[in-house]
Structure formats: structure tokens, C-alpha cells
Design a protein around this ligand. Structure first.
Ligand code: ZN
Length: 470
């Protein structure tokens, strides 16, 4: 498949034999994007018009990766040896800080460009970057205070993935530690600083870039600061993300400091609304899930990272029963494939409950586990990225994935089980083509100009890990 001649203006006409529209597979689908890279026509049951490009396989919409710290890609696979008797989330965090303290904006751009190409190859067309690596290692601003933000934005544009950039409120080491640790100084941003960064970034919005805001966690931000940021952002279109209830220690510390559990506190303070994205939300009680549902907020589950860090398992049946949106994120990037995230979202529950297909809901007409989790992640992912519309529908960004039905994991699988096999039969490398905003960014399984990106990433890795290894 060659690049479309009209790629300069993102407009194009494509036709797919099958495509995922309105929560199900439909046949003979015409897809027309406008010059701004959004769907102008999405219509099933149409014979392939002579002026449309026939796609090579069935089509899924692109998925949002709703939680990323790009720099953490630089130690995937490098924190898997026990260095302490009690190796846990907190000892992992100390190792993560050693990387966070060592990278420059150029390094972050090299790491992120490599990562974002991997995410495109893994079926993600947009990523929400929870960005707290702001300053120089001693906490002094860069000459361009947004140098790190601009490095991430340049990486996304180079790779061709959509990006929602979320500057993060981060100002203390814990509920009872009002100052930052030495190795947290480069993360510091108060509520007004977050808002200034948001305003500067939002002014640069385009088809594949927008901005929201984030709160690192309730342990890293004082209550008055969380309220200050919420007040500044009260008319903002973009999303509000925060890490919450990832570790039981955080829940216990929040209870000690405020008398409430973290999500309980957010709800009681009247902070939650449909823009709020609760990342992890691992340790909850039913009343907290009900409060999130009433507020119209959503959760962002990061199954591979939560497993890797020993966080625990989210109450998936509880969230599903309450009808809360569930996006997915690859967070620390120990995997970069959404099929693997959805598989582990279900497998964790199977291991815990010793049953199968816990996410399926035959009573609601949704007997397929993969299809239910996929549709949830699709819809909630769009909202987590601040997109008014998402998926194969008029007005949404013209993103899609073309499935390679010759992939070893898909050969011979009936079409109505294709999603089941994508999620529950592995390994596979099923994305033949990937489009973002009307432009091809992966063709015939190849991202554009992968080699120099990998070489720059390898240089950064060599410098980071030549000596600093267990
Ligand atoms: Zn995170």
C-alpha cells in the first residue's frame, strides 16, 4: 500500500470489507476523512466505490493509551532482579527515580519517539502523557520551562501518534512530608504552574495534540492545592487525571491524614466530574465506586504495570456493575500492546475468583469478554484524552487499525471471534496498517523511519545502563 497522494491535507476515501462500528462488526464500510483528519462519512453496506482505496483487511478504530510515563520505557526489563529483601512498589520507585534524575530533554525525546512507535505498532493511536518530569535534576527550570513537554510533543509528532499532554501538580513527598525529597525536586509544579503550562500547551493544540491537567496523587498534593487547580480548570475542556488508591499504604496514609479513603475524599470534597480520570483506582470499597459512577468520572486501569509493581487487582466486577468507564494505560510500559492489557485485565480476575469470562455480561447481550472490555476501553479512552467523539463515527478523528488476517494467531478464526482471538490468543502482530488523523503511520507492519529512532534510543540506554546495573 502506498502513501495517499493527498496526505498533506489528511482527506481520503477508504473502504473496508468489515469494520467495528457502533459496538459490532459491520460489512462493506465506506470511510471518508475530511481535510482536518476527522471522519466525514462512516457508512456500512456500501459497495466499494471506484475512487475509494480498498483496505487490506478488517478495520478497528484506534485505541487511546490513557496513561503513560514515557521516560519509564528506559528501564522496562531492568528492574526485575531482587535488590532488597522487601522488593516492592516503593523500592521500584527508588530505581525509577534514578532514571528520572538522569535524563535530559533530548534523552526523553529519544525514549519517547521509540516508545510511541512501539505503541502505534501495538494498536494505540493516541497516548495520554502524565508528565511530571518537568525541570533540571536540581529543580531549576530549563531555559525553556516547557522543554520536557516540547520534547514529548516533538516525539509524538515524529512518530505520528496523537498526544494529550497532562502537566502534573506535584509538591510534596507524602501526606506527612510537606517538602519534596531531593530526588523529587525536578517534579515540582504547583497548581498555578500546572495551569500556566496547560495554557501554553493548549494554545498549541492541533488535530493530534491537546492538553489537560493532572494531580500526581493525594499524597503528592495538599488539599488546598488540589482545590486551587480544580478552580483554575473549572472551564477547561481537557481531562483531569490523577493516580489514586494504587497502593494500600497510600489508602492508609490518606485515612490517617484526612479521615477518608482517597476516592471517598475526592467525592466528599465535590471534586469529581466527568472530566476526572482515576488512574489505577485499585483499592476501593463499593461506596467509592458508586460515588465515581454518580459523578460520571472514569477509571484508567493499567493491568501489566499493576501486576509488575505488585499493586493488587482492581474490583473489575464492581466497576463493570456500576457502569463506570474503564480506559486502559500501559503506564510504565512493561508491555506496549493493548491486547495484552485487556487479556491481563480479565486474567487477574480469573486467577482471583477461579472462574472464567468474568467481564462478560450475557444478560446485557454481551457474552464476549474481549468485545465488552474493548468497547469500554475504546469509549472511555476517548474521554480520557478529552476527545468529544472517538471511534469510527462522524466527527471523530480519522484513526484506524487494519487487521492482518494472515497473522499466525488469526489464521482460520471465524470473523465474529476475531476480537476474542486478538485478546486471548497470543503472540501475534496483527496490525498491518495504522492510520492517525487520516495519515498512515504504519504500513505493511512498518512504522515510518524506525531505524534512526531505535539507534538514538540505544545510545540513551547505553549511557543510562553502562554502569547502573544490579
Ligand atoms: Zn502512573
Amino acid at each position: 500500500m502506498s502513501a495517499p497522494a493527498n496526505s498533506a491535507n489528511r482527506a481520503g476515501r477508504w473502504w473496508a470489507p468489515h469494520a467495528w462500528l457502533d459496538g459490532r462488526w459491520q460489512d462493506d464500510v465506506l470511510l471518508v476523512s475530511d481535510s482536518g483528519g476527522r471522519w466525514a462519512t462512516v457508512q456500512a453496506g456500501v459497495p466499494c466505490p471506484p475512487d475509494a482505496q480498498k483496505l487490506a483487511g478488517p478495520v478497528l478504530p484506534g485505541l487511546v493509551n490513557a496513561h503513560s510515563h514515557a521516560f519509564q520505557r528506559a528501564f522496562a526489563g531492568l528492574s526485575e532482579r531482587r535488590e532488597h529483601a522487601g522488593d516492592d512498589f516503593w523500592s521500584w520507585r527508588d530505581r525509577m527515580y534514578r532514571v528520572a534524575g538522569a535524563v535530559t530533554p533530548d534523552d526523553v525525546q529519544a525514549i519517547a519517539t521509540h516508545l510511541y512507535r512501539e505503541l502505534l505498532a501495538g494498536g494505540y493511536t493516541h497516548v495520554c502523557e502524565f508528565h511530571y518530569l518537568q525541570h533540571q535534576p536540581d529543580g531549576a527550570p530549563h531555559a525553556d520551562p516547557l522543554a520536557m513537554s516540547h520534547a514529548l510533543k516533538a516525539a509524538a509528532e515524529d512518530a505520528g501518534i496523537g498526544l494529550t499532554l497532562l502537566p502534573v501538580l506535584y509538591e510534596r513527598a507524602g501526606f506527612a512530608q510537606p517538602a519534596l525529597r531531593q530526588d523529587q525536586r525536578r517534579f515540582h509544579l504547583d497548581a498555578d504552574g500546572v495551569w500556566r503550562a496547560h495554557q501554553a500547551l493548549a494554545a498549541q493544540s492541533h488535530a493530534t495534540f491537546n492538553a489537560g491537567v493532572a494531580v500526581h496523587s493525594l499524597r503528592a498534593a495538599a488539599p488546598a492545592s488540589v482545590h486551587r487547580l480544580a478552580q483554575l480548570a473549572r472551564g477547561m475542556d481537557g481531562p483531569v487525571h490523577l493516580h489514586v488508591a494504587e497502593q494500600t499504604a497510600e489508602v492508609e496514609d490518606c485515612l490517617s491524614a484526612t479521615g477518608r479513603r482517597p476516592i471517598e475524599w475526592l467525592a466528599a470534597e465535590g471534586l469529581l466530574d466527568p472530566r476526572w480520570q482515576l488512574v489505577h483506582a485499585t483499592h476501593t470499597v463499593p461506596a467509592e465506586i458508586d460515588a465515581v459512577a454518580r459523578a460520571g468520572s472514569a477509571a484508567v486501569i493499567c493491568p501489566s504495570t499493576e501486576a509488575n509493581l505488585g499493586d493488587g487487582l482492581a474490583d473489575l466486577p464492581g466497576w463493570l456493575d456500576a457502569g463506570v468507564g474503564l480506559a486502559i494505560g500501559s503506564d510504565s510500559h512493561v508491555t506496549r500492546s493493548w491486547t495484552e492489557e485487556l487479556r491481563w485485565m480479565e486474567y487477574g480476575q480469573r486467577l482471583l475468583h477461579r472462574k472464567r469470562n468474568l467481564a462478560a455480561a450475557p444478560d446485557l447481550g454481551q457474552p464476549a469478554t474481549a468485545a465488552r472490555l474493548w468497547q469500554l476501553a475504546l469509549d472511555a479512552g476517548g474521554r480520557a484524552a478529552g476527545q468529544a467523539a472517538w471511534g469510527l463515527r462522524v466527527g471523530a478523528r480519522a484513526d484506524l487499525l487494519v487487521i492482518d488476517t494472515a497473522d499466525a494467531a488469526l489464521v482460520g478464526v471465524p470473523g465474529d471471534h476475531r476480537l476474542d482471538a486478538l485478546v486471548f490468543s497470543s503472540p501475534g502482530w496483527p496490525w498491518r496498517e495504522v492510520m492517525v488523523a487520516g495519515r498512515w503511520v504504519v504500513q505493511a507492519h512498518r512504522a515510518r523511519s524506525t531505524d534512526p529512532t531505535a539507534a538514538r534510543f540505544a545510545d540513551v540506554m547505553d549511557r543510562l545502563w553502562r554502569t547502573d546495573r544490579p
